[in-house]
Design a protein around this ligand. Structure first.
Ligand code: XUL
Ligand code: CO
Length: 437
């Protein structure tokens, strides 16, 4: 691959094993190593995101740009330099997937028509790079939150013209995601929520959003896009309340609009934390409800209260989620997207590599730990034993709806038994997890 010069003489990152002291080597991520009979890369399906990695300028609500990039600029020439650097980084990291918003890959131009033309032009540019390198698209998405036209929502806007504009923009984004063989298409409702109920018709906005997602699903089937449509839950920020709050509320929303078999969730660790949940809770619930799709593996600061999108570092925490994921059979179309950004003081190109190397290594470490827990089998057996009594004829009859409340009460009256509490053994189970780290 020809070098853009941006990464200087940084060499491709290699697996060197847990004893390596090289800060730009993988200590756990060994993509071809077999874990439970499957390559590590095929388990994790890691992806670099375009927006934070190549779009973040370091700006925060208190200050402007700190990070300089040769591709910052609003024309197609800059967009191509950005794409060159992105593919160079994917190559250096040895990561198989990337993700993007329409706005990340192409300049907006002066009209929606020009925007669409730019997005299609850049998709063609990316397609050639993908063919040359074998790098694939985990998902595409559309940015329906940055421009001021979306300030009162995209699909949930009081103005149907904004709904229509958003639909047209999404159509192009799905078209190019399909063209590039994307494994999924993500919907994140950045402005789909409200700032105050004093100006909001909640029911109407939910109906609008339900219709919008249904339009996407209908279109996907019409064009034969084989990927999964994903919704990414987030409780708040930028709006005070986002309708796709968490996995439970997204499931309720999908069920209300008859979409629960068509759409799955893209769970972000940082958003789970903002919702007051743990990452493993969101993953386990999505699996239980049959809507698990993919993961944005960036973590959140536990104190900040806003979305900090940091690279993951805590293998022990992630291992619990990965354990549930592995038990459910692992990813199908989904993967681990690093929707993570370096800090605003991380100015050097190599900081981008440090973030991804450490993040991917933490994920690989968590995967290995989760696999060991499965091989060990004690946690699995403990949970099975814990519910074993439900396999009794009476337990089965209750669940199958073959007992009324009166019949159950009459049995208690007849048999007059006292249930016997059993230890939940949490400390023992937590120690098993730590031992396998
Ligand atoms: C925002 C967020 C988005 C989505 C894609 O918090 O996570 O970047 O992942 O739109
Ligand atoms: Co995200």
């Amino acid at each position: 691959m020809s070098s853009t010069g941006f990464f200087g003489n940084l060499a491709p990152v290699r697996f060197e094993g847990p004893d390596s002291d090289n800060p730009l080597a993988y200590r756990h991520y060994d993509k071809d190593a077999l874990i439970l009979g499957k390559r590590m890369e095929d388990h994790l399906r890691p992806a670099v995101c375009y927006w934070h990695s190549f779009g973040f300028s370091g700006a925060d609500p208190f200050g402007g740009q700190t990070i300089e990039r040769p591709w910052f600029g609003d024309d197609l020439a800059h967009a191509r330099v950005k794409a060159d650097a992105a593919f160079e980084m994917l190559h250096l990291l040895g990561v198989p997937f990337f993700t993007f918003h329409d706005r990340d890959i192409a300049p907006e131009g002066t009209s929606l028509r020009e925007y669409g033309k730019n997005v299609r032009e850049m998709a063609g540019y990316l397609q050639k790079k993908m063919a040359d390198t074998g790098i694939r698209l985990l998902w595409g998405t559309s940015n329906l939150f940055h421009d001021r036209r979306f300030m009162a929502g995209a699909a949930t806007n009081p103005d149907p013209d904004v709904f229509a504009y958003s639909a047209a923009q999404v159509k192009t984004a799905i078209d190019v995601t399909h063209q590039l063989g994307g494994a999924n298409y993500v919907v994140w409702g950045g402005r789909e929520g409200y700032e105050t109920l004093l100006n909001t018709d909640l029911k109407r906005e939910l109906d609008q959003l339900g219709r919008f997602i249904a339009l996407i699903v209908e279109y996907k089937h019409r064009i034969g896009f084989p990927g999964t449509i994903l919704i990414e839950p987030k409780p708040q920020e930028p709006t005070k309340h986002q309708y796709d709050f968490d996995v439970a509320s997204v499931f309720g929303f999908l069920a209300r609009y008859g979409l629960e078999r068509e759409v799955k969730v893209n769970i972000e660790v940082a958003h789970a934390v903002l919702a007051g949940h743990s990452f493993e809770h969101e993953v386990a619930l999505a699996i239980a409800l049959g809507v698990f799709g993919s993961v944005d593996i960036n973590r959140n600061d536990y104190q900040s209260g806003w979305d900090t999108d940091q690279f993951p570092t805590n293998a022990a925490e992630m291992a619990v989620a990965f354990y549930h994921l592995l038990k459910s059979g692992g990813f199908t179309t989904g993967g681990l997207n690093f929707d993570a950004r370096i800090r605003r003081q991380s100015l050097e190109p190599e900081d981008l590599l440090h973030g991804h190397v450490g993040g991917l290594d933490a994920c690989a470490h968590a995967l290995k730990t989760a696999a060991k827990l499965i091989e060990d089998g004690r946690i699995g057996r403990f949970v099975e034993d814990r519910y074993a009594a439900w396999n009794s004829p009476e337990g089965k009859a209750i669940l199958a709806g073959k007992r009324t409340l009166e019949e159950i009460a009459a049995r208690l009256d007849r048999e007059a038994f006292e249930p016997k509490p059993k230890s939940g053994r949490q400390e023992y189970l937590e120690n098993l997890l730590i031992r396998h780290l």
